[in-house]
Design a protein. Structure first.
Length: 93
């Protein structure tokens, strides 16, 4: 983000983080998350184009299942991050 202006990618990434409630991840994880999100934005285009080209139902089902797994992974990441922060608070006491 140069000069304080948000790029299209920055806005997409913010929406992505809000969608999966990943705002509380630490900085190291956010760097990796940015790369993953960029990859997924490209894959979303492929998924949409597949639906529009009337791909075989089996292929569409595979994409749907893989998308569900990705969604579940974001939930797990969020929960693990929350657990880690709670453990760190307990250790500090």
């Amino acid at each position: 983000m140069l000069g304080g202006k948000k790029t299209k990618e920055d806005k997409q990434f913010e929406k992505f983080m809000e969608r999966y409630q990943l705002e509380d991840l630490d900085e190291k994880d956010l760097v990796v998350l940015q790369r993953i999100a960029n990859d997924l934005f490209g894959k979303e285009f492929i998924k949409t184009s597949m639906a529009l080209t009337f791909a075989k139902i089996e292929e569409q089902a595979k994409v749907a299942y893989l998308s569900a797994l990705v969604e579940q992974n974001w939930i797990l990441m969020r929960q693990l991050s929350r657990l880690n922060k709670n453990i760190e608070k307990l250790i500090e006491k």
